[in-house]
Write a protein that binds this ligand. Structure first.
Ligand code: UDP
Length: 329
């Protein structure tokens, strides 16, 4: 029996595959390699190149493989892009998930753990944000992830399916042994953008807005180490397999750092005075997102261990410094 990892060549998915392999699981990967990298796929995982939106392709993989459960990371995930190309997000994220659920129904696969996002919450008054907060996305990306969650909930009522939705805050960093890391093209996420400025790949970091209602005027986010994040996925999988009910959990480190604080941390980690420019606000950005992850700790027994922002930036720096062009050889 295998765990099927959708999007297992992408940033978060590839870390999931490595950690599942660390724990002795058989792993099958589906990825269309639009944003993922073949070299990010663990050498002992079977990779099927194709799109989750293709019923024919998905059917062929489900027929060939003996799939016990699914981890679903195959989605577009850029807030800014989602505001300009909303239909791309509905197509890939919502319709893609519909096809996944159709396959689960047809082949009797009952358990799915999938990436949702803090973007489902939008602008919240009460910080840290708990899972009980109202979901009011301020961007299309968050709206499509919320739709995915709701689709699962309705399917659960209709047929035998249980899911765990993990609402990620800001995932960052790289596998601590340096084998895999973050490589988006173009890169838009803050920590890799800052580190690209450190290695001279871009002239400066642009800070998107300094007039937010935060301590230094720049947006505050909760950065979580990708390895801690994946630990929670494996616990969620076991939780479902042990009979746990469908559930939603926040995953963050419960600490907020402003954009300026991230730049300062990167200055300290790299020893480089990273050039900074001020820019306009980015559409769709809430000012502050900080998680309460108490529920994941209590219900799943999750114990994040890599919560120091210094370590998060330092592991990211090791990857970027050693792979200035990412997976490109
Ligand atoms: N950000 C920034 N400059 C950049 C990239 C990001 O100021 O070049 C800010 C962005 O506005 C947000 C925070 O950094 O407040 C984190 O953005 P990122 O894209 O990394 O993650 P998101 O919060 O969109 O998931």
């Amino acid at each position: 029996m295998s765990i099927l990892v959708l999007g297992g060549a992408g940033y978060v998915g590839s870390h999931a595959v490595y950690q599942l392999k660390d724990q002795g699981y058989e792993v099958v990967v589906i990825d269309n390699l639009q944003t993922g990298h073949e070299d990010a796929v663990h050498p002992e995982a079977r990779l099927y190149k194709g799109d989750i939106r293709s019923r024919e392709f998905m059917h062929s993989v489900f027929e060939k493989e003996n799939i016990e459960a699914i981890m679903h990371f195959a989605a577009n995930s850029l807030v800014g892009e989602s505001m300009v190309e909303p239909l791309k997000y509905f197509d890939n994220n919502v319709y893609g998930t519909q096809v996944v659920l159709e396959m689960m129904k047809e082949f009797g696969v009952k358990h799915i753990v999938f990436s949702s996002t803090a973007a489902v919450y939008g602008e919240q008054k009460v910080i840290p944000i708990t899972e009980e907060a109202l979901t009011l996305p301020t961007n299309t990306y968050g709206e499509t992830k919320l739709a995915m969650e709701k689709m699962m909930a309705w399917c659960e009522k209709a047929f035998d399916l249980r899911y765990v939705a993990l609402r990620y805050f800001n995932v960052a960093s790289a596998r601590s042994d340096g084998q895999i890391g973050e490589d988006h093209n173009p890169e838009t996420h803050l920590i890799p953008v800052v580190l690209e400025a450190a290695i001279g790949k871009r002239p400066a970091v642009t800070i998107f807005g300094e007039d937010y209602d935060t301590q230094d005027g720049t947006c505050v986010r909760d950065y979580i180490h990708v390895e801690d994040l994946i630990d929670a996925h494996i616990l969620a999988l076991r939780y479902l397999q042990n009979g746990g009910e469908s559930n939603v959990f926040n995953l963050g480190s419960s600490q907020g750092f402003s954009v300026r604080e991230i730049v300062e941390t990167a200055n300290a980690v790299t020893g480089i005075n990273i050039p900074v420019k001020m820019g306009e606000r980015r559409a769709g950005d809430p000012s502050t997102l900080i998680a309460s992850s108490e529920k994941a700790k209590q219900v799943l027994g999750w114990k994040p261990t890599r919560t120091s922002i210094h370590q998060i930036v330092d592991n990211a720096w090791s990857w970027h410094f050693q792979h200035p062009n990412g997976y490109q050889k």
